[in-house]
Ligand binder design. Structure first.
Ligand code: HEM
Length: 498
C-alpha cells in the first residue's frame, strides 16, 4: 500500500469517527421529552426542531406560533439544536410561570456576556438575578404616571414637528413610508426624554440618533439578526464566538454622546426632569457606581423602545387606512377630547377610549414582541402533572399563537377594536393577551410606549386622512430575519391634509 493512499484511508476513517462522535453528542438529548411523556416536535440531528428559524427562513414569532398550533395540549417540547425547550400553551400554566412561581423563572435564557459586551450586560432585558432585581427597582420610578406626564410635554413638541414635516412632505409626494416616519418620531421622543437632546430626525434625514436606531435593529443586516438570534436561542454559541448583543459601533457612539450630555448637564445645572436628571441623581446617591451601568439605562430606551413603539404605530396606521369607518370614529373622538383638554396632550389622550381599543387590537394582531421567554432556574414540577421542567430548560410562550387562537379571539385575522370594548374586554380569558408580557419581568416601558404611540397617532389622525395606495400591501408579511414583528416591505400609505 503506498503512503498517500494510506493517509487518505486514515483521513476518511477519522472524519467518519468525528461525524459519529458529533452525531452521538448532538442527539444525546433527543429522548428528553419522550422520557418525560411530553409530546414534542421531532428534531433533526445537529439542527433541532426549529432549524427554519435558526437559518432565518421564517420570522421567529411565526415559528413559535407554528409550534403552538401543532398541538392542543397544555405544553409541547422542541429542540434548539440539541437543547430541549418547552413551549407553554395553557393560560393557567403561563400564569404560574410568569407570576405565581416566578421564583423558578426569574431570568431569561438570553446570554449576559459581561466579558465581551460591557454595556448590554447592564440592559434590564438581559440582566440576570440578583442584579436584575436591584436595577429594576432603581429604574421603576422613571416610569411612573407623573414622570411620564412631565415627559409627555416633550413628546407633544415632537408630534408637532412630525405634523409640520408631513405637511411639507405631502406637497411633493403623497405616498409616505409610514414606518420611517414613526421611527423618526419615536427616536426624537426618546432622544429628548432620555438624552435631553433634540435628535432633529425630521430636519436632518441622516441624523445621528435616527441612523443609530436604524442600525441597532436593522433586520436586513443578516449579521445583526444572526447575532441577536444566537443571543436568545443559542447563548453558548454567542459566548463562544464572543458576539455582542448590540452593534458595538452604536453602543460606542451612544456612550460617548450620553456621557457628554451628562457632563454638560452637571455643569449647567439645568433641570429638565428627564432620564438624565434621574440618572444623575442616582449617580450622586451612589445608586449606580459603574459608568457603563448608567449608560446602559439610556441605551435600554433606544433598544427596547424604538422598534416596538414605532412598529406599533406603523401597524395601527396600516389598519386604520384599511378601515375608513374606524378612522372617522377615531377622528371625532380625538377632536372632542382635544377640545375639552386644550389640545392633544397627556390628559386628552386618556379620554380617548376608542383609541385605546384600537391600540389594544393592534397589539393583539401585531404583538411586536411575538414570544416571551424564561429560563427555569430550579427543577420545577408543573402542577397537576408529573412533568418536571429541569433546571436550565428554556421556556417559551407564543404570544402570536395565543393572539391568533380562535378559541380566545374568534376570526383572529379580522381587525376588530370592539373586542376591547368595556363589555367585551372582561370576557377575554386571562393570560391569553400578553403584548407586554406579565409578572415582575413584564415590560417596564409599557406606559411610556402607549402614551407616546397614542400621542403620535392622535396628532396624525387629527391632521391627515390616512389612505391605502397602490403600493400598500394587502396583508403584512413579516420579515423572516426579524426577532420582533416587522413588515418585510415597509408600510406605504397616502396622507391627505384635512
Ligand atoms: C408598544 C411598545 C412596546 C411593546 C409592545 C413592548 C413589549 C415588551 C415585551 C413583550 C417585553 C417582555 C416582557 C416579558 O418577558 O414578560 C418587554 C420587556 C421590556 N421592555 Fe418593552 N415594549 C414596548 C415599549 C417599551 C419602551 C418604550 C421601553 C423603554 C422605554 C421598554 C422597555 C422594556 C424593558 C427594559 C424590558 C425588559 C424588562 C425586564 O426584563 O425587567 N419597552 N417589552
Amino acid at each position: 500500500m503506498d503512503i498517500p493512499y494510506y493517509f487518505l484511508q486514515m483521513g476518511i476513517c477519522l472524519l467518519i469517527m468525528i461525524f459519529i462522535f458529533l452525531y452521538i453528542y448532538f442527539t444525546r438529548n433527543f429522548n428528553h421529552w419522550k422520557n418525560k411523556n411530553v409530546s414534542y416536535i421531532k428534531p433533526f440531528p445537529f439542527l433541532g426542531s426549529i432549524y427554519n428559524g435558526i437559518l432565518m427562513r421564517h420570522c421567529m414569532g411565526e415559528i413559535f406560533s407554528d409550534i403552538y398550533f401543532k398541538t392542543v395540549r397544555p405544553f409541547i417540547g422542541f429542540f434548539v439544536l440539541d437543547k430541549p425547550c418547552l413551549l407553554l400553551r395553557n393560560p393557567q400554566i403561563i400564569k404560574r410561570i410568569l407570576i405565581n412561581d416566578f421564583q423558578y423563572f426569574y431570568d431569561r435564557n438570553i446570554l449576559n456576556n459581561k466579558r465581551d459586551d460591557p454595556i448590554a450586560t447592564h440592559v434590564l432585558f438581559i440582566l440576570k438575578n440578583p442584579e436584575w432585581k436591584e436595577v429594576r427597582s432603581k429604574i421603576t420610578p422613571i416610569f411612573t404616571s407623573s414622570k411620564i406626564k412631565v415627559m409627555s410635554k416633550l413628546m407633544e413638541n415632537v408630534a408637532e414637528e412630525m405634523v409640520h414635516y408631513l405637511n411639507k412632505k405631502i406637497q411633493h409626494n403623497a405616498i409616505i413610508e409610514i414606518k420611517d416616519i414613526c421611527l423618526k418620531f419615536i427616536v426624537d421622543v426618546i432622544s429628548t426624554t432620555a438624552f435631553g437632546v433634540n435628535a432633529y430626525s425630521f430636519k436632518n434625514e441622516n441624523s445621528e440618533f435616527n441612523t443609530i436606531a436604524k442600525t441597532l435593529l436593522d433586520w436586513d443586516n443578516i449579521l445583526n439578526s444572526f447575532r441577536i438570534r444566537c443571543y436568545i436561542l443559542t447563548p453558548k454559541i454567542a459566548k463562544l464566538f464572543k458576539m455582542c448583543f448590540l452593534n458595538p459601533y452604536c453602543t460606542r457612539v451612544l456612550k460617548k454622546r450620553f456621557l457628554e450630555i451628562m457632563d454638560s448637564r452637571t455643569i449647567s445645572k439645568i433641570n429638565r426632569n428627564d432620564l438624565i436628571d434621574i440618572l444623575l441623581r442616582m449617580k450622586e446617591n451612589k445608586q449606580f457606581t459603574d459608568e457603563d451601568a448608567v449608560v446602559a439605562q439610556a441605551v435600554t430606551f433606544f433598544v427596547a423602545g424604538s422598534e416596538t413603539t414605532s412598529s406599533t404605530m406603523g401597524f395601527a396606521l396600516y389598519e386604520i387606512a384599511h378601515h375608513p369607518d374606524i378612522q372617522r370614529r377615531l377622528r371625532t373622538e380625538i377632536g372632542n377630547a382635544a377640545q375639552q383638554h386644550e389640545g392633544i396632550n397627556f390628559d386628552s389622550v386618556r379620554e380617548m377610549p376608542y383609541l385605546d381599543m384600537c391600540v389594544k387590537e393592534v397589539l393583539r394582531k401585531y404583538p411586536v414582541i411575538p414570544f416571551l421567554e424564561r429560563k427555569c432556574n430550579n427543577n420545577y414540577k408543573i402542577p397537576e402533572t408529573d412533568v418536571v421542567i429541569e433546571r436550565g430548560t428554556p421556556v417559551f410562550i407564543s404570544v402570536l399563537g395565543l393572539h391568533y387562537d380562535p378559541q380566545y379571539f374568534p376570526n383572529p385575522e379580522v381587525f376588530d377594536p370592539e373586542r376591547f370594548s368595556k363589555n367585551n374586554e372582561d370576557q377575554i380569558e386571562k393570560f391569553v393577551y400578553l403584548p407586554f408580557g406579565d409578572g415582575p419581568r413584564n415590560c417596564i416601558g409599557a406606559r411610556f410606549g402607549i402614551v407616546s404611540a397614542k400621542l403620535g397617532l392622535a396628532y396624525i389622525i387629527s391632521n391627515f386622512i390616512v389612505d391605502i395606495c397602490e403600493d400598500t400591501q394587502d396583508k403584512i408579511k413579516f420579515n423572516p430575519n426579524g426577532l420582533v414583528l416587522s413588515s418585510i416591505k415597509g408600510i406605504s400609505l397616502k396622507l391627505r391634509k384635512i
